[in-house]
Design a protein around this ligand. Structure first.
Ligand SMILES: CC(=O)SCCNC(=O)CCNC(=O)[C@H](O)C(C)(C)COP(=O)(O)OP(=O)(O)OC[C@H]1O[C@@H](n2cnc3c(N)ncnc32)[C@H](O)[C@@H]1OP(=O)(O)O
Ligand SMILES: O=C([O-])CC(=O)C(=O)O
Length: 468
């Protein structure tokens, strides 16, 4: 026993030493790299590099044309100066506010109709929509053994990473995975759109049971149910939901379905598709992009920031205390120290993001009916005060409207939808836009995307290892 114990502790000490040696190695190399890899701002200006693919006035560099969606966030005056305007968003030429309001008016689900519109470029007739929802319904169930072999046996703490892996794994379940004909890519797209609710729900259930010590609940999807209903059924332990909850989730899916070609994940879809690769590779890459906290992952980042705020601010109804916290966030001294107030700011929108306006109206109603007014006012205060605080801290006047991610988390929380699932829900909705853009890239892009990086490292003479 004594010998065993000594051998065990010696081995343990050796492993701890090795780990701290390794940590020290990474730390020292990271320190060097953070200096070596710096390229001064002046060089970007001198060489006229469109950093972040942005022009000097902040507008995006035009890298493509699209008929799928249009995002309008600014205008120009006669002198060519950018001017702020209220945002507008169009899906295949239709104003998203009209699509949203019509579903509210007719009290019906609309995400499937929007998916049809995005994929095929026109609104479906009643019969076409019914055929299409039947087709989607037939694709709801995952291939035999998929949930067990691909999701439950290798759960992940990140449902988005699990989702990306699941999409890649779908390649192995497809008899014709590499065919990039329009017909085949349409088949793959509709199949993925049908499968996504189960992929995110089972990824979520696997995570809860493996990492959060919760019971495992796997409900089958039901072909006759809408996307929103299937999601609620599969993420809830009892499988129960109300019609109002499902309709509100459906509206949120409509608002997240598409955002032009230039947003990071859709551009990823265009970029990766332009190499001629398969649908699963392109869509899994888009999922990886959307996960980032500056993009779709901001909805979870907002919720985490709000938790942190509530934890650190004594009285959330005291505006001065909330401001102090936000100033600390902006200075990189609070929350995740990124310096970002999540849910604010946008690459295109200046005065308003139309989706945030609609989600805010949903959030306000939910707050009133669920007694969450204080929390709602906190979100509203951040929206109203964010830009002026940024100016006070950084001295820069920058439009910082509430974006789609600010109020979506509030809406999900009020609907009793777990935080973890917020970005996967975004992915489920945006998949329709990604697929429409992938098809457009294949049909009309037809060029390998290959921008240029200007090499700024001076050339060096090789030094043999013995002389270094
Ligand atoms: C679905 C979506 O993707 S919506 C966007 C979701 N993302 C977020 O909510 C994260 C917070 N917001 C942001 O990071 C940004 O506003 C973006 C990335 C969305 C858009 O940024 P842009 O307006 O294009 O500005 P850009 O990235 O050029 O930043 C300019 C400066 O403003 C700062 N800034 C922009 N938004 C914010 C913010 N919300 N909080 C603090 N600082 C901000 C940037 O840090 C940057 O500062 P720096 O020059 O000191 O580095
Ligand atoms: O357009 C962008 O940059 C980000 C965005 O709002 C989205 O993808 O929905």
């Amino acid at each position: 026993m004594g010998d065993n114990y000594e051998a065990f502790t010696a081995e343990n000490d050796r492993l701890i030493d090795k780990l701290s040696e390794e940590k020290a190695f990474y730390r020292s190399k990271a320190k060097i790299l953070s200096k070596t890899d710096i390229i001064p701002d002046s060089l970007y200006i001198e060489k006229d590099v469109k950093r972040g693919l942005r022009n000097a006035n902040g507008t995006g560099v035009i890298v493509g044309l699209t008929k799928v969606g249009d995002v309008i966030g600014y205008d120009f005056d006669e002198q060519g100066n950018k001017i702020a305007i209220d945002g507008k968003l169009y899906y295949r030429g239709y104003d998203v506010e009209d699509l949203f309001n019509n579903c509210v008016k007719e009290n019906r689900f609309g995400f499937e109709e929007v998916t049809y519109l995005l994929l095929f470029g026109e609104l479906p007739s009643k019969e076409e929509l019914s055929e299409f929802t039947k087709l989607l319904g037939a694709k709801r169930e995952l291939p035999k053994g998929f949930a067990r072999d691909m999701i439950l046996t290798a759960p992940s703490k990140s449902i988005m990473n699990k989702l990306a892996r699941s999409v890649l794994a779908m390649y192995s379940y497809d008899d014709n995975p590499d065919d990039t004909s329009i017909e085949n890519v349409l088949r793959q797209s509709i199949s993925l759109i049908g499968h996504f609710p189960a992929l995110i729900a089972y990824g979520f259930q696997a995570k809860r049971s493996s990492f959060d010590n919760e019971s495992l609940h796997l409900h089958n999807p039901i072909p006759e149910l809408s996307t929103a209903e299937n999601i609620l059924r599969m993420i809830r332990p009892t499988g129960e939901y109300t019609d109002i909850e499902a309709k509100l989730l459906d509206l949120s899916l409509i608002l997240h379905a598409e955002h032009g070609g230039g947003n990071n994940s859709t551009f990823t879809t265009h970029l990766v598709s332009s190499s001629g690769t398969d649908t699963y590779s392109a869509i899994s890459a888009a999922v990886g992009s959307l996960k980032g906290p500056r993009h779709g992952g901001a909805n979870i980042a907002v919720i985490n920031m709000m938790h942190d705020l509530v934890h650190h601010v004594k009285d959330i109804t005291n505006e001065a205390q909330v401001e102090d916290y936000l100033v600390k966030v902006l200075k990189g001294d609070a929350n995740d120290r990124s310096g970002l107030i999540y849910g604010l700011g946008h690459a295109i929108y200046t005065i308003s993001d139309p989706r945030a306006t609609l989600l805010k109206s949903m959030a306000r109603k939910l707050a009133e009916s669920k007694g969450l007014e204080d929390s709602f006012h906190l979100y509203e205060f951040i929206e109203n005060r964010g830009a002026s605080l940024y100016k006070e801290v950084k001295g820069i006047d920058k439009p910082m409207p509430a974006n789609v991610d600010l109020y979506s988390g509030f809406v999900y929380r009020a609907l009793n939808i777990p935080v973890d699932i917020a970005t996967p829900l975004f992915a489920t909705a945006r998949l329709s836009g990604w697929c429409a853009h992938r098809l457009e890239e294949i049909i009309t892009g037809r060029r390998l995307m290959r921008p240029a990086y200007n090499g700024v490292q001076p050339y060096l003479e090789y030094v043999p290892i013995a002389k270094r």
